[in-house]
Design a protein around this ligand. Structure first.
Ligand code: ADP
Length: 399
């Protein structure tokens, strides 16, 4: 029996999808609908037969689902007979309610709506996606996989902010952590690659994409992560500031007269690499640095400094470090960032082999020197595969 899973990642204006054959980890087809809510939307569909892009009006997510069904049909897939056993949905925030993927039913949807207040820009779109997919594929079970779930059981010392306890519990204020699906997938691959017992491995995973986060994982269980109640905390990101003195927010409000929404936009969308250098793509950043641009150089210095600070802190939390792994767009592709981030850490037993680091290889690989006590790896993340696997696990329990 085929065990294929259709994975959806629904945003407010886009629907990304992948059809995966889970046992062989094969992507049978994938694509996206962009500009949902607009008359000039696009749908892209890619399979072994090639890639097509079409312009279509996409007034809402329901129309997007219809377009996806039609695109599969044109691509030679009859979704009712494609061996699909379930649909898996990426959901950004699971709050305190969800520490594991969940089969969608009315109760789960109500609990997810309650959590939406914690992620007002993301969860409502995720929920609309689930509702529209349920209508478009009524016979298939739907599973929600939460980006926060991996970190739900962080030690209390790591998840607790030192604010008034009542205030925190009344308002759900704690570290939730994000990118959990990626950290879970990548940290699960590392022991396989190193041929080590996962329960004995202490790891740091650096997910460096447009959003960026770092996690410390002891024996398979996360013990710290840099994103917090929201994805704003932690590392410097493409457009987010990462860690900042919360007092800056009061100052911007009281002295600069900015509204809460303006400050939110400034810190989430106009800060980070864009705020410091004007660009958030690291290929552009390196070109500016090579041309002698001082702002770009400072942005890179701040970015690297922050990563190094976290590597040191998380090494201390773990006590002993066995592996550091880079993943996501920058982590997988940018050898300059990798080498700068770990430069000078020989005293910590961390030594990168520059030839391995600079090799133009795409797959998962070890890039540390043979005499490095800590293994350094690059592991391409695969959130869709992790979602598909977790979805299948949930559905199998019912079979
Ligand atoms: P997200 O999923 O958070 O949108 P990704 O993980 O796809 O982000 O990472 C996107 C970022 O990866 C880009 O903004 C760019 O900075 C970086 N990136 C992608 N390819 C390269 C490359 N070849 N070299 C350096 N950076 C790259």
């Amino acid at each position: 029996m085929d065990c294929n899973v259709l994975v959806f990642n629904c945003g407010s204006s886009s629907i990304k999808f992948q059809l995966l054959k889970v046992d062989t980890e094969q992507v049978l087809a994938k694509g996206s609908v962009e500009r949902v809510g607009s008359i000039d939307g696009t749908i892209t569909f890619e399979s072994a037969a090639g890639e097509t892009t079409a312009n279509e009006p996409v007034p809402d997510h329901a129309a997007g689902m219809t377009l996806i069904r039609e695109a599969f049909k044109r691509g030679g897939f009859d979704l009712d007979n494609a061996g699909i056993v379930a649909i898996g949905h990426r959901v950004v925030h699971g709050g305190a309610a969800f520490s594991a993927p969940v089969l969608i039913n009315d109760e789960a949807l109500t609990a997810m709506r309650d959590v939406s207040v914690l992620a007002p820009l993301h969860n409502p779109a995720n929920i609309i996606g689930i509702e529209r997919a349920s209508a478009a594929f009524p016979k298939l079970p739907q599973v929600a996989v939460f980006d926060t779930a991996f970190f739900q059981n962080l030690p209390a010392a790591a998840s607790t902010y030192a604010v008034d306890r009542q205030l925190a519990s009344d308002n759900g204020i704690r570290r939730y952590g994000f990118h959990g699906t990626s950290h879970q997938y990548v940290s699960g691959r590392v022991p396989l690659m190193l041929n080590r017992d996962p329960s004995e491995l202490n790891q740091i995973v650096l997910h460096l994409g447009n959003g960026a986060s770092v996690a410390a994982i002891r024996g398979g269980a996360p013990v710290e992560t840099s994103m917090g109640m929201t994805p704003l905390e932690g590392l410097v990101m493409g457009t987010r500031s990462g860690d900042i003195d919360a007092g800056v927010i009061f100052h911007l409000h009281r002295v600069a007269g900015m509204s809460v929404d303006q400050i939110d936009t400034a810190l989430n969308r106009k800060s980070g690499m864009v705020g410091l250098s004007g660009v958030n793509d690291f290929r552009d950043l390196h070109a500016l640095v090579a041309g002698g641009d001082h702002d770009a150089q400072l942005a890179l210095d701040v970015y690297i400094h922050r990563i190094k600070k976290y590597v040191g802190a998380y090494s201390a939390i773990l006590g002993r470090l066995d592996a550091i792994t880079f993943t996501a767009g920058i982590g997988e592709n940018d050898s300059i960032v990798r080498s700068l981030a770990l430069a000078g850490l020989e005293g910590f037993g961390i030594v990168i082999d520059s030839e391995r680091n600079n090799a133009k290889t795409r797959g998962a690989r070890v890039i540390s020197a043979d005499d490095s006590r800590v293994a350094v790896l690059v592991v391409p993340t695969n959130e869709e595969l992790e979602i598909a696997q977790q979805t299948l696990d949930v559905v199998k329990k019912r079979m």
